[in-house]
Design a binder for this molecule. Structure first.
Ligand code: AMP
Length: 177
């Protein structure tokens, strides 16, 4: 991905101060999603992270990770698996509790979503403290699947989420702040 494309994406992400609570600078990706050319660039960049590795499933995190994860899976021609917030999945689940930048939550995967030995990529819109991604990775790891990498559209470097997530697999982000 060339630096002109990265700059274009970066300048389109909207900073919203004090959302959803005071002190949080929210990175609003909806202007990127609304622009067809930029949306394509964002997924091009995430696809480049895969390189020539075989991917069987992309796991996307509730809710904005569904957007990037499902688009990436469609590009790769592989399956998409939603990691959902507690109580949202209809079938039997495995779950894990985790801490957020603001609050706490639980993440769940269907018990039959991943098979041992499958090559899996994790996708989300944003890596902040890393609690959410680490929870999803813990669930993926329990299934016996191989974690190829964790790919994010945005990474907030100063929150050091990478330290928690890199333990599982290489971390790659399109935009770093
Ligand atoms: P964390 O567990 O702290 O890495 O938080 C990551 C999740 O929270 C991601 O799924 C993001 O969608 C969301 N999130 C956390 N901080 C922000 C932020 N500053 N701007 C936008 N989304 C955020």
């Amino acid at each position: 991905m060339n630096s002109e494309s990265i700059d274009l994406l970066r300048s389109t992400v909207r900073d919203v101060p004090d959302f959803p609570q005071p002190g949080i600078l929210f990175k609003d990706i909806t202007p990127v999603l609304a622009d067809g050319a930029l949306l394509k660039l964002a997924i091009d960049a995430m696809q480049e992270f895969v390189a020539d590795q075989r991917v069987d499933k992309v796991v996307g995190i509730d809710a904005r990770g569904f957007i990037f994860g499902a688009m990436l899976a469609a590009r790769l021609g592989c399956g998409f698996i939603p990691a959902r917030k507690k109580g949202k999945l209809p079938w039997r689940t495995h779950g894990v509790d985790y801490a957020l930048e603001y609050g706490s939550a639980s993440l769940e995967l269907h018990q039959d979503a991943l098979a041992a030995g499958e090559n899996v990529v994790l996708a989300d819109d944003l890596l902040a403290t890393g609690g959410t991604a680490a929870a999803a990775l813990e669930l993926i790891q329990k299934s016996g699947a191989n974690i190829i990498g964790s790919f994010f559209f945005i990474e907030l470097d100063f929150l050091k989420g990478r330290e928690k997530v890199e333990k599982f697999a290489p971390v790659k982000s399109v935009l770093n702040y």
